[in-house]
Design a protein around this ligand. Sequence first.
Ligand SMILES: [Zn+2]
Length: 106
Amino acid sequence: MSLSAMDIEQKLLARKAELTQRLHRIETDLENRRSADFSEQATERENDEVLDGIGQTGEIELQRINRALIKLQEGSYGICEVCGEPIEPARLEVIPDAVRCVKCAG
Ligand SMILES: [Zn+2]
């Protein structure tokens, strides 16, 4: 593997921090909007749905990153969950939280 486990862990942790921060901002934003003036709430609600969508995507990615971090500790990182073969290093470099090889993900 071209990336060391430590490099990968750092990459994952950096991404995790970024996501956590973004999710926190979205939550704060949603709370602020919900306490805004009643007259503005109709349009605010549409924006809320967009923000909720971004939040959900981030949440899912965060779960994948956490899973990858656990795998790193367990020593099962980089192994495809479907076929048990090593995941291509080039793929892990682009998607450090990938849990399937190219064949199985496709
Ligand atoms: Zn596979």
